[in-house]
Design a protein around this ligand. Structure first.
Ligand code: ATP
Ligand code: LTN
Length: 334
């Protein structure tokens, strides 16, 4: 609790430009929940190091991610938007928690298995202990709610298990966080292979809509989206491409599947794809305009980053000192 409000915590890795999946699965929900909670959002740059980064691009991506959070509607004067690597408590708590996490638990993580298969030449220890750092992010701020896409569910479960294990030994140190996974948009699929999740690291540019794609590109990518040989706009398991487009259209227009099926009854896939493309482009236009303004105003973003880094450090230190004391580390002499 901060200022009598429950605490919401979330973040994204600073790798590449965000996709429509990141937006509909996470960022848009952050904005919806924003007023109700005291909110902290991290630019998760330490997590990004689990995959090799080009330093100059990485720095740009991190700043761009910060600006996208703000452009999407999160006010940095009301929300603590900060860089994970600027608060040393994340790494410090992560070490302590790693001593309360079993290898058997980490061995079950599906994201680790997927990423290890994808980066077979660089299966590093950071990739393996990634969920422990994520648990540290969340527990450091005593978060009540963590809004994420469906792919992060398992990481929230291990966070809860670690927190409960720690609390059962040392008393009520950590708040046990609840995941928030919205029904709509929790798993947006690739436009080219609708059985696979839309991922910002996909090499096929046509598979993902990037939040900074221009209107023509967005419409063109939707036109090329893989569907099926049927012609009816209908939500069904055997029609993953159309169902995914319906999910997207529903998220941005607020229409139900029945309403969408009615709207496109008797029309072809071409009309439907164009409507989805236009609706997405309309939704993203104000975000893109605000993003351009923010990226041009260096001193404003710098001031926000500095102020929020300090705020985050303050909250983080409170938990960290408590944990250090509980496990019996010797207090500093002041
Ligand atoms: P990468 O491809 O590099 O693994 P990613 O696109 O999965 O990245 P993350 O930084 O891992 O992005 O995720 C940021 C947030 O977006 C998380 O809350 C995640 O659950 C959500 N998210 C990612 N992809 C999707 C998707 N296709 N549909 C819905 N939510 C998603
Ligand atoms: N693993 C998350 C990013 C992330 C995160 C967090 C999300 C790192 N730490 C803490 C919520 C809370 C992902 O989206 N891939």
């Amino acid at each position: 609790m901060i200022n009598d409000k429950k605490l919401l915590y979330s973040g994204m890795q600073a790798t590449g430009t965000l996709t429509l999946g990141n937006y509909l699965g996470a960022l848009k929900n952050w904005v919806t929940l924003n007023e109700e909670y005291e909110c902290l959002y991290g630019v998760m740059d330490l997590h990004s190091l689990t995959v090799r980064q080009v330093p100059a691009d990485f720095r740009k991506n991190a700043r761009s991610l910060y600006a996208l959070y703000v452009a999407a509607g999160l006010d940095p004067e009301k929300n603590c938007i900060y860089y994970q690597s600027h608060v040393s408590g994340h790494a410090e708590l992560s070490w302590i928690l790693s001593c309360f996490t079993y290898m058997g638990e980490l061995n079950r993580m599906t994201q680790f298995k997927d990423k290890a298969a994808k980066h077979a030449d660089n299966i590093n220890a950071g990739l393996y202990t990634y969920p422990v750092l994520m648990a540290a992010d969340i527990l450091l701020y005593q978060a009540d709610l963590v809004p994420v896409g469906a792919d992060q569910k398992q990481h929230l479960e291990i966070t809860r298990d670690i927190a409960q294990r720690f609390n059962s030994i040392y008393g009520d140190v950590f708040t046990i966080p609840e995941p928030y996974i919205a029904k709509a948009g929790a798993k947006i699929m690739s436009l080219q292979e609708p059985e696979k999740k839309m991922s910002k690291s996909d090499e096929n540019a046509n598979a993902t809509i990037k939040l900074l794609d221009d209107r023509d590109t967005i419409i063109r990518k939707f036109k090329r989206a893989v569907t099926d040989s049927d012609t009816v706009v209908r939500y069904a398991e055997e029609k993953p491409g159309i169902s995914n487009l319906m999910d997207i259209y529903s998220c941005v227009t607020g229409k139900t599947n029945e309403e969408i099926e009615r709207e496109f009854a008797g029309k072809g896939y071409g009309d439907f794809k164009l409507a989805v493309g236009e609706a997405v482009a309309d939704e993203l236009a104000p975000l893109q305009a605000r993003y351009a303004e923010l990226m041009a105003d260096k001193s404003y973003l710098d001031a926000m980053i500095k102020m929020n880094d300090e705020k985050a450090q303050y909250y983080a230190n409170k938990t960290l000192r408590k944990v250090q004391k509980k496990v019996g580390l010797t207090e500093r002499i002041r």
